[in-house]
Design a protein around this ligand. Structure first.
Ligand code: NAP
Length: 289
């Protein structure tokens, strides 16, 4: 990589940022596509997000990713926000405009591309969504916007599931999201579902943990999509496969949220060949054996 006076810079703001895989995604894409571009992580201390965004704009930074814990807080520092990102209330990508940064949510568009790449449909499906944190919220919006038939939103803390359901059902003027207490999973209808695992249970180093232990629950799942990608094969995925279903992890979601951001910043389209090459790098970085 040659850095010169014309190099365009993008970066990541969050806290912490030390373990991020985003530089691998973006710097690999820049190399493959021959762009004079560099991507750098910037740790931002609590209370300094607005300063960081203004500073980045003054420094002619082309765009930024935003990670935990600033995906909502950053909205107050933007001059425009994409409609769906505004509804979700979370932004993970800032794109430079003539007046300031505009915010997007490529976590959600990236998940949709990842699901499409895995041959998973949302439209017309009945879906189990496990979790009601930040990621699950975006998944609930994605499912409603892509016309899922029903989404059973199961969470340990019921009122968080109820809050998301009320909000999404209001925005999409329907009753698509049905909140449930996680422990009530045996009350689900007798059929097979697409299940999205959006809790943090099972995330490395807690590889042996899983959100629901009961093997009978996994008979209800035809396809399990775990947002976790470390470990590469989660216990949730193993239980889905043991019950005869298909399972995939969240690595392609990570890949495509990055590709969507890269395309927005550089006004380009990443080819499938380049996307596959980046995926292989991510796979080696997260699953070295
Ligand atoms: P979050 O906001 O902290 O939410 C955590 C969720 O996990 C909540 O629903 C919480 O339930 C549930 N939970 C945590 N510990 C639990 C336990 N012991 N028993 C039952 N439920 C438990 O986290 P997030 O940002 O939504 O992230 C969720 C997962 O998605 C993480 O593993 C993250 O790595 C992954 N993710 C992946 C990508 C990707 O690109 N692949 C992107 C974003 C996130 P309560 O509400 O009851 O506390």
């Amino acid at each position: 990589m040659v850095i010169d006076g014309k190099t365009k810079t993008c970066g990541l703001i969050g806290n912490p940022v030390e373990h991020t895989l985003s530089p691998l995604i973006h710097n690999t894409l820049a190399g493959l596509m021959g762009h004079n571009f560099v991507y750098v992580p910037f740790p931002v201390a609590e209370g300094r997000v607005d300063e960081a965004v203004r500073g980045a704009y003054a420094l002619d930074i082309l765009g930024m990713n935003v990670t935990v814990p600033y995906k909502s807080e950053v909205i107050g520092s933007l001059t425009a926000v994409d409609e769906l990102a505004a509804q979700i209330g979370a932004v993970n990508t800032l794109v430079r405009t003539d007046t300031g940064f505009k915010g997007y949510n490529t976590d959600m568009s990236g998940l949709f591309r990842a699901m499409t790449a895995e041959g998973i449909r949302i439209e017309g499906e009945e879906i189990l969504l496990l979790g009601a944190g930040g990621a699950a919220r975006a998944v609930a919006y994605l499912c409603a916007s892509q016309k899922a038939k029903k989404v059973y939103l199961l969470n340990r803390t019921l009122d968080k599931a109820q809050k998301i359901a009320e909000e999404v059902n209001r925005v999409f003027a329907g009753e698509v999201i049905i909140p449930m207490r996680l422990s009530d999973y045996s009350n689900l209808p007798e059929r097979r579902f697409l299940a999205v695992q959006a809790t943090s249970v099972g995330l490395a180093p807690h590889d042996d943990e899983v959100i629901i232990e009961d093997a009978a629950f996994y008979q209800k799942i035809h396809t399990g999509f775990d947002l976790i990608y470390k470990p590469f094969t989660t216990r949730f995925m193993r239980l889905v496969k043991d019950a005869g279903g298909e399972a995939c992890n969240g690595l392609k979601m990570l890949l495509y949220q990055g590709i969507d951001a890269y395309e927005l910043w550089n006004r380009t389209t990443v080819t499938q060949k380049d996307a596959d090459a980046v995926y292989e790098k991510l796979r080696s970085a997260t699953n070295p054996c």
